[in-house]
Design a protein around this ligand. Sequence first.
Ligand SMILES: Cc1cc2nc3c(=O)[nH]c(=O)nc-3n(C[C@H](O)[C@H](O)[C@H](O)COP(=O)(O)O)c2cc1C
Length: 177
Amino acid sequence: MKGIILYTSKYGATKRYAEWLKEATGFDCIETKNTKIKDVMQYDTIILGGGIYASGIAGLSFLKKNISQLFGKKIVIFCDGASPYEEKAFQQVVSHNLKDALSGLPCFYCRGAWDMEAMSFGDKTLCKMLQKAVAKKASEDLEIWKKALMEAGTEKHNWTDRAYLAPILEAIGQTGD
Ligand SMILES: Cc1cc2nc3c(=O)[nH]c(=O)nc-3n(C[C@H](O)[C@H](O)[C@H](O)COP(=O)(O)O)c2cc1C
């Protein structure tokens, strides 16, 4: 089986997952922005991953744009964010991102990383502003992603863990061994 892993990673967490997946599967692995649909069409299995930014899965537009040309392929999506896994919150991310032709595609969550020091000036400013603004609100009133940013705080975290890959490997018919 020929497969490819496409990833979009701003600060490295999704890239780490993509590389672990490459090790586990032997699939090719490339940044989504550096690929073309005609090359991707040569593969039977496509795993696409991206970090979650304000509830959106980075790099998903590649699939949205090209899904009609990938008919019959095995497609699996994964995303990683700062929040701990929570079924309801994740289902919201899924329904927000996987609409129309993408709805029903298997999608998995891996917990990512968080390092405000490493962020671009724009991201850091946005996160600091949000953290200040939402600190005053009751946590149950917060949108899920804002709550995630609040909880992440200013400390550096790395929650990436190979264990998150097990359901992805299962979905493409490979075990984690
Ligand atoms: C501006 C901004 C918005 C974010 N929005 C979310 C979010 O909505 N939900 C979430 O769980 N994590 C959110 N995060 C955290 C990232 O998804 C997390 O750091 C992820 O691991 C990044 O992956 P990457 O480094 O591969 O891009 C956000 C981070 C930034 C900087």
